[in-house]
Write a protein that binds this ligand. Structure first.
Ligand SMILES: *Cc1c(COP(=O)(O)O)cnc(C)c1O
Length: 438
């Protein structure tokens, strides 16, 4: 009989897992998931877990969602995949129109890619190439401290999570960092804007683009800042001919309370990267959206050699595009953003109790993302790992980022399930204190 242990052993013989020191699995069980439905994951031993992290921030409407399943199944018998160079297909066309309709107004063109990091690579290359096509050599990128944009070399270059980046430093492209606002206040945003202004003044003509995760820096520990920063950054970058790249890979599709985080600041970036929630968490797909202005800089006779010749095999896969179309349709028919507003208020209420705990430094929230930051623990103590273990033993998949425990559940989570998710996290944090004998 297949059980968790036998599946784990068979896995460890051959699979090298992402973001993992594999030796940890000598003591930390790997959870083989047999099936999933709604917000629950089921393992081979019959345990179930609330997916409080939406399977790495991708799932929006639950696992095995009936509507998305149906749409993909019907597409499967029609057209599973075809190349997107020289050919096109209905799901890619319809999805691109839909995305142009719902994203900030200046974004008019959709370049299909197939995962988040690749979308960032494409955006960086497009930005550099745009300037080059106009006869300007701008090979420096600007990014925020504590940012995360993916793991491929270009994306890693503009990120700032040292755990992922440090080793590869000699391989990276030129990047300069400016401080992210230190908290959610408007004053902090203004302080950070002053520094951005100085850097643009100093090196503006060498910089191709400023890349940001709007409002919430995900992998950097759910760090949040005021929309004022985005407004200021938009104005300044425009003034210096520098592109603004909005990496909405995590924040897009309702996570921050609006469809896109840029809407909180009412800005339109030059590039927007979308992935993760794009397909409702079903299939790998991403896009880089840009303006007619950028697009037109590449549009000329072939022999002028200005075309963007970037490509990936699975670009614009029809099954993935259909999952995205159905997911976007659920937003409309089920009034998801309005429903989420109520759920966010409920989460905010529940979050208050965490502030009373002595080992909690702060709590923060932006829409459907909530975080509790712990204090008084060294990285070597790996308290996040302890919370992770406690969560699994109690039926909740929490996956802390260092000392930050966060909640990013699928939108279909019910109120009673929010209670369970947050009370298990609360008890996990309490348990840390009793272990320390505080
Ligand atoms: C996850 C993420 C990425 C990278 O996406 P992948 O599909 O994992 O390569 C880039 N930027 C942000 C903000 C992300 O959260």
């Amino acid at each position: 009989m297949v059980d968790n242990n036998s599946m784990m052993q068979r896995d460890l013989e051959v699979i090298w897992h992402p973001c993992t020191q594999m030796k940890d699995h000598e003591t930390l069980p790997l959870i083989p998931v047999k099936s999933a439905k709604g917000i629950y994951l089921y393992d081979f031993d019959g345990n179930r877990y609330i997916d409080a992290v939406s399977s790495w921030w991708v799932n929006l409407f639950g696992h095995a969602n009936e509507r998305i399943n149906k749409r993909i199944k019907s597409q499967l018998d029609t057209l599973e995949h075809v190349l997107l160079a020289g050919f096109t297909h209905e799901p890619a066309v319809e999805l691109a129109h839909k995305l142009v309709e719902i994203t900030p107004e200046k974004l008019k063109k959709v370049f299909y890619v197939d995962n988040g990091s690749s979308a960032i690579e494409a955006a960086l290359k497009m930005s550099y190439h745009y300037h080059r096509n106009r006869g300007e050599e701008r090979s420096l990128f600007l990014s925020l401290t504590n940012s995360y944009h993916g793991e491929t070399l270009g994306a890693l270059s503009v990120g700032d999570v040292s755990l992922y980046k440090e080793t590869y430093e000699p391989l990276l492209i030129a990047n300069r960092q400016v401080p992210v606002p230190k908290d959610q206040s408007e004053a902090a945003a203004n302080e950070a804007l002053d520094i951005l202004h100085d850097v643009l003044e100093e090196e503006g003509e060498k910089i191709a683009a400023l890349i940001v995760e709007p409002l919430v820096q995900g992998a950097g520990g759910m760090h949040m800042y005021h929309p004022r920063y985005l407004q200021g950054a938009r104005k300044m970058t425009e003034a210096y001919g520098v592109h603004l790249i909005a990496d909405e890979i995590m924040t897009g599709f309702g996570r921050t309370g609006k469809m896109f985080a840029c809407e909180h600041a009412e800005i339109s970036p030059d590039f927007m990267a979308l992935s993760k929630g794009l397909t409702g968490g079903y299939l790998p797909l991403s896009v880089v959206m840009t303006t007619d202005e950028v697009y037109s800089t590449f549009y000329c006779d072939y022999n002028e050699y200005k075309a963007f010749l970037h490509s990936h095999s699975y670009t614009g896969n029809p099954l993935a595009c259909c999952a995205a179309l159905e997911s976007l349709s659920i937003f409309e028919t089920d009034n998801i953003l309005e429903e989420n507003e109520q759920k966010s208020l409920y989460i905010a209420e529940k979050l208050k109790q965490f502030k009373m705990l002595d080992n909690v430094a702060s709590v923060r929230q932006q829409g459907m993302v909530a975080a509790v930051e712990l204090k008084g623990y060294a990285p070597e103590e790996r308290v996040g790992l302890q919370v992770y273990r406690y969560g699994l033993q109690n039926g909740v998949l929490l996956r802390p980022l260092g000392n930050v425990i966060y909640f990013m559940p699928p939108y279909v989570i019910e109120y009673a399930q929010i209670d369970v998710m947050m009370s298990v996290a609360y008890r996990a944090i309490e348990a840390l204190m009793s272990q320390k004998g505080e």
